[in-house]
Design a protein around this ligand. Structure first.
Ligand code: 16G
Ligand code: MG
Length: 552
């Protein structure tokens, strides 16, 4: 590191003292905390983003300021790698180290050592580019400023502020920029709307009704998704859409949004008896999660939840149908992988297995699911909470491209299947789960099938489940294995969990330390709601005995 670089870093770092008495950690999806303590973290992650760009030969890196579905007073920061995916996990320990460096001197020393180890040129000879985005949180603006100062304290680094955008839009732009594709926000909307229109145009013509499935009402969590969905709505006339909770009056994520709807299994604010039976959807605060639901009549705000597992099943079914139209004996057979986590409802896994699909489990967190899905020609991944997407390999897309240009001997239906798969690959975000593109794909498939939301929901029946969280003295005392389905530490707890679940028909339960909150989570499933509740409550008690503040 030359003297100019060193003094730039020292000088800017002195304006961002770290919070006292708080240990910050990169977590499942970046740093998250009360926004008031994040200035120094975001500044330092700005530096990291610039270093990452230098390390990757000047590729564009993304830096997103969001705390997703968490409360409005929280905020967070995460980094997108050149592929548009999450930053490589190898860099997470460095992120933790610099976030917690006590003073500018030690920060600069850590950066210097890391740059040497990683051969990162810190002489200003190369340009680094970082794209910045933020959600609608009021704290976002000043955190973006802190990020810019961090980025600009690396010689030769340039920050481009994309303003208020969804998390998936930022990931999409990073990927597009690095592939030399059109990468503006307008291009994003154009790509989504044109591929959606293409899927609608390819629906086999039936009784003349061009939208047999009626209107959709979308709860936008009072977040960034509302404004963006409005743009899409204006571009698409084939979509009968009503937007609610777009943020004009309500509070971000408060009693609204995909996380609330999925965890509490109740209708969000602004929905009520007048909406009974209508197809509804919920996005989360930064629009990377999507769930559907219907309001049940006289049900005290109760809903029928159509969660990420059902979205996954719908996508998997559609992809499988299109592939089977195309399949020829002796021909290349694309490998399709379906990736779930332990939270996936057991009934969904059974259904996917019955479809003959390969189902793989990973730990919770997009970085794990995404990485696994990338191993397939078509990798479909979803968390039950509504985060997921479909990834297509270059190899598969090249094959598809070849089929597009095949002679006219191929049947029309085959040509259409090729066009549909191609359109899906353009519509569904290839960088990360995206509620807006996911919503358009669900809508296109439902229209294709002519299915109501109830028909879709009937694909299989969820086993009743319950999620609880337990506050513990130290969540890192829980160590899990086998994709979080079994606890290794503390010893003895897994045996005790097994002894409880064994007593209940179709009982299944796991515990895992949260990656975003200071709690241990408990998930239980059983044949009835009462028994699922019982299993969850007994296991939560057990966790408290082993690890709670009351534990000896
Ligand atoms: C984050 C993850 C999400 C995961 C959740 C689990 C990303 C982009 N998001 O929101 O995938 O389901 O954390 O939270 O990776 P938990 O560890 O607190 O249960
Ligand atoms: Mg989110």
């Amino acid at each position: 590191m030359n003297e100019q670089q060193r003094s730039m870093l020292l000088q800017s770092a002195s304006s961002f003292p770290p919070p006292k008495g708080t240990k910050l950690s990169y977590g499942t999806a970046g740093f998250r905390a009360d926004a008031s303590i994040l200035q120094s973290t975001v500044f330092r992650i700005g530096i990291l983003a610039a270093l990452r760009s230098l390390k990757t030969g000047g590729a564009v890196i993304g830096l997103m300021i969001t705390a997703s579905h968490n409360k409005v007073s929280d905020n967070g920061v995460k980094i997108a790698d050149p592929s548009g995916g999450m930053i490589t996990q190898d860099w997470e320990p460095f992120a933790d180290c610099i976030a917690n460096a006590p003073d500018p001197e030690s920060l600069v020393q850590l950066i210097n050592e890391f740059a040497k180890k990683e051969n990162i040129p810190l002489d200003g000879a190369k340009t680094a580019t970082v794209l910045l985005g933020r959600d609608t949180r009021p704290s976002g603006e000043s955190l973006v400023k802190a990020a810019k100062q961090g980025i600009c304290s690396v010689v030769g680094a340039v920050a481009t502020d994309m303003g208020i955008i969804t998390t998936p839009q930022l990931h999409w732009m990073v990927r597009a920029r690095n592939k030399g594709l059109k990468a503006s926000e307008l291009d994003y909307f154009e790509q989504l709307s044109s591929s959606f229109r293409c899927l609608i145009d390819l629906i086999p013509k039936k009784s003349g009704d061009n939208n047999p499935i009626g209107k959709l009402i979308v709860d936008c969590a009072n977040g960034v998704g509302g404004e963006k969905l409005q743009v899409l709505k204006e571009k698409l006339n084939g979509l009968h859409l009503e937007i609610r909770n777009s943020g004009e009056s309500g509070i971000l994520n408060e009693g609204v949004g995909a996380d609330y709807v999925q965890k509490e299994k109740v209708a969000p604010q602004g929905f009520g008896p007048a909406d009974v039976g209508i197809r509804c959807a919920s996005l989360d605060g930064d629009a990377d999660r999507l769930v559907y639901f219907t309001v049940i009549s006289n049900g005290n705000n109760k809903i029928n939840l159509v969660d990420g597992d059902k979205i996954l099943s719908l996508f998997a079914l559609f992809i499988k149908d299109q592939l089977s139209i195309l399949s020829d004996k002796n021909e290349y057979q694309p490998r399709v992988g379906v990736v779930q986590t332990a939270y996936a409802n057991g009934a969904s896994t059974k259904y996917l297995n019955q479809l003959g699909l390969e189902v793989i489990f990973t730990p919770t967190g997009v970085k794990y699911l995404h990485g696994k899905a990338e191993e397939y020609d078509i990798g479909i991944y979803f968390e039950a909470n509504g985060h997921g997407t479909i990834l297509f390999s270059e190899h598969f897309l090249n094959w598809l491209e070849g089929r597009k240009n095949e002679p006219s001997s191929t049947t029309k239906e085959k040509q259409n299947a090729v066009k549909r798969l191609w359109a899906v690959s353009k519509l569904i975000n290839q960088a990360v789960g995206d509620a807006l593109s996911g919503l358009l794909l669900v809508e296109a498939i439902l229209q294709h099938m002519g299915w109501s939301v109830d028909k879709w929901n009937e694909l299989y029946h969820d086993l009743p489940s319950r999620q609880l969280k337990v506050k513990v003295a130290d969540r890192s005392a829980v160590v899990t294995t086998y994709a979080e389905t079994s606890v290794e530490k503390p010893p003895g707890i897994q045996e005790a969990i097994n002894a409880i679940t064994e007593k209940y028909p179709e009982g299944r339960c796991f515990v895992r330390p949260s990656g975003t909150e200071d709690v241990v989570r408990v998930y239980a499933e059983a044949k009835t709601q009462e028994t699922a509740d019982e299993v969850a409550a007994s296991v939560a008690k057990l966790v408290d005995q082993f690890l709670g503040f009351t534990a000896s």
